[in-house]
Structures are given as C-alpha cells and as structure tokens.
Design a protein around this ligand. Structure first.
Ligand code: PMP
Ligand code: GLN
Length: 383
C-alpha cells in the first residue's frame, strides 16, 4: 500500500550515499571500502562489560542527559586532553550517536531565515538539518589537495543573518585537520558576534604524523559559543552502538537538552555503563592514531602501483583518491563500475557538495583488516 500523498519537507533529499554504496557492495560482493565502519570486532573487554551490565540489571531508562559516571569520565577526558572544563551535571549530554547530537545542536540554535556556514565537501547530515529548521546554508568550498579553510571568504560571507558555523576536524571525507592558526582565525572572525559553532570532532582520536587534535574546546573564546560533538563509535570500533555526546556551555546545553529529550529522551543504558568504565583506560584512545596510521600507510603502499593519485590524509580513517588518469566519467558512475566490475566499493565525493564540482575524487575507508586492505589494493592496481 502506497498511502496518501505527503508534502515533503525535504523534496530533493536522496537516500544517503553510505546506504546506497553499502547495499551495492553487498549485492556485488565487492570489498566494502565505502561506508565508514571497521570490518573487525571491538575490544572483547567492552563486550564483557556490556554483558556484565545487562546481567546485573542496568536495563531501565538512563537519566535523560546520560548516566553521570559517563559524563564525568568524558569531562575528565576533555580536561586531560584539551585543558577545558565542562561540568558533567549541566554541560555534557549523551546522545544516540553524533548524528543525534548534530541534529539537536543545529536545531536548538537555527531559526527561520538564519544563515549557516557549511564547508564543502561536508558530512552529509549538515545541510538537511539546517534546512529542516528553516535555515539557509551558505556553502564555502575547500580545495584539494589540502582542503584548508579560506578564512577571508568566511569573513566576507558573514552578515547579521549568520547564526552558526559548522566545523569538522578531522574532516570527513578529506582527512584534513585544523591547525592552530585556523582556531585563531576563527576566534578573530566570530569575536564580537553572537555566532554559534557546531564542532564535529568524531575523529578526534584519529590524527596522524604526531600531530595533536585541536578541539575547539581548547580556545576559551570559541568554547563559550561551541557545541563540541563526538562519538564512541569511531573510537571503540562500535559504530553500530550509536552512542555519542555533546559538550557545550550551560546555556547551550540547556537548549540542546530540550531537543534531545524529545528525540530519544535517553540512550542505551548498559552500553553507557560499559563506556564509562572503558573511557578511564586512556591507553585505548591514546593508541588509536598509531593503530590507524599503520592501516593508512599499509593501504597507501598497496596503492603505490595503481593509477590513482592519493591525496594527503592527516586524520580520520578515510583516504581520498583522484582517478583522473583512469577516467573522466562522473564519480557516481565510476564508483558503480568500481564495485560491479572491479570488486571494490568506494564513496564518490559529489554527494558531499551542494553543486557538483569538476573533479574525479572518491573516498576509501581504511578501517579494515590488513588482509582486506591488501586484497582491495591488488584489485585497484589492476585498473
Ligand atoms: N560526523 C561525521 C563527520 C561522521 O563521519 C559521522 C559518521 N560516522 C558522524 C558524524 C555520525 O556519527 P554517529 O555514527 O556516532 O552518529
Ligand atoms: N560516517 C560514516 C561515513 O562517513 C557513515 C555514517 C552513515 O552511514 N550515516 O562513511
């Protein structure tokens, strides 16, 4: 049954490219380097902890902002890594993945007609949520190979209507990261305005080459206007558990929670208890850069003999590749062929743009077992 017609609030919105490509990978039995998730299991200790908390009866609703021990552990982690203080009672909220946190943060500040600065390529969740709230995205393009933010353009586009800037570092899909000068420039630009910032830092623990992740929480002038968002899915190889959080000053968190309480009210209880325990084992997130850097390097080595040009990758578990030496067809056509004819699924970059750019870039996820990466490399080197 089709049901009666509904007037769409987002008429042009397509099914997410991640769902499309993973389905194609399954249908074609291609090696799936498209959607960003590991093909290996999480730490067995974490599984034991979830079992333990289920067996010992932590099976009812958690408090609306999340269980306090988890919020306290997050607060300690942020203080330790970034020197920033957040009150676990009033300034940290546990969410159903970073996706829910992004939705709650954006909708809590954006009102009809407000302008929101979004850098493209962008993570696909940002523009629909802005539009859904009546906001108007203002896109600023980041250019390969480094995808640095052109701050003068940001300055030029800002007006009285600008309500929010969405930042993402380490950046999906490009692997770019913010430098200290970027934080300084951003602080200078928003100084004296009441512009808010959503800082999507879900890959905060995946930064390479001895660089440190720079959280917006580190800069007091930015911290006061920023929703810092992260996700345990990336850090603990548990993308399917969908638990994340938002750290934001009290006034921001207060509004944020008004939205959160009527999206999910509260998040999976035993999983929160397990994360609260494991978060205190600092070595697990501190060793993550080394773990993923080895995978990045292995994949790049496996691709050396290929006709793809690999762009720099400074963080995240994504590698962008230029296929201009192989074909000039659209990236969507190219990834379809790649999956069906060559047995490797990737993500085209065009869905991360408002207007399709003239380029031949695709994204590979290297959060995979070494054998998977080597096998994919062999197939890609044949093209
Ligand atoms: N932001 C970015 C940049 C992402 O890559 C992702 C995807 N995992 C998310 C947010 C969503 O995270 P979660 O799976 O925790 O909802
Ligand atoms: N963040 C993941 C990626 O970039 C996908 C998440 C999703 O499927 N929505 O591949």
């Amino acid at each position: 049954m089709k049901g009666i017609p509904i007037q769409s609030k987002l008429p042009n919105l397509q099914v997410s490219i991640f769902a499309v490509m993973t389905r194609l990978a399954e249908e074609t039995k291609a090696i799936n380097l498209s959607q960003g998730f590991p093909d290996f299991n999480c730490n067995p200790r974490l599984i034991d902890l979830v079992f333990h908390y289920i067996k010992t009866g932590r099976n009812q609703y958690a408090p609306m902002p999340g269980i306090l021990p988890l919020r306290e552990a997050i607060s300690r982690k942020i203080a330790g890594l970034y020197g920033a203080l957040y009150d676990p009672q009033s300034e940290i909220t546990i969410t159903a993945g970073a996706t829910e946190a992004l939705y709650a943060a954006i909708t809590s500040v954006v009102q009809s007609g407000d302008e929101v600065i979004i850098f493209e390529p962008f993570y696909d969740a940002y523009p629909p949520v802005v539009k859904y709230s009546g906001g108007v995205p203002r896109f600023i393009r980041l250019n390969p190979p480094d995808f640095r933010i052109p701050w003068q353009k940001v300055k030029n586009i800002i007006s009285k209507k600008t309500k929010l800037i969405i930042i993402n570092s380490p950046h999906n899909p490009t692997g770019a990261i913010l430098e200290k000068e970027d934080l300084e420039k951003l602080a200078e630009i928003v100084d004296g305005t009441s512009i808010f910032i959503v800082s999507d830092e879900v890959y905060e623990h995946i930064v390479f080459d001895n660089k440190k992740h720079l959280s917006l929480a580190m800069h007091p002038a930015l911290q006061r206007r920023t929703f810092v968002i992260s996700s345990f899915g990336k850090t603990y190889h548990t993308t399917g558990w969908k638990v994340g959080y938002c750290a934001a000053p009290e006034l921001l968190s207060h509004e944020f929670r008004k939205i959160h309480q009527f999206i999910t009210f509260a998040v999976n209880t035993p999983v929160q208890w397990a994360y609260a325990d494991i978060l205190n084992k600092k070595e697990l997130y501190l060793q993550l850069p080394k773990f993923y850097q080895k995978k990045r390097d292995l994949f790049r080595k496996a691709m050396l003999a290929s006709n793809f040009d690999l762009l720099p990758c400074r963080g995240t578990y994504f590698q962008v590749a230029d296929y201009y030496k192989i074909s000039r067809e659209s990236d969507l056509e190219f990834v379809k062929k790649l999956a069906t004819k060559h047995g490797v699924a990737a993500i085209p970059l065009s869905p991360f743009y408002d207007e399709e750019p003239e380029q031949q870039l695709i994204r590979f996820c290297f959060a995979k077992q070494d054998a998977t990466l080597i096998k994919a490399g062999e197939r890609l080197c044949q093209i």
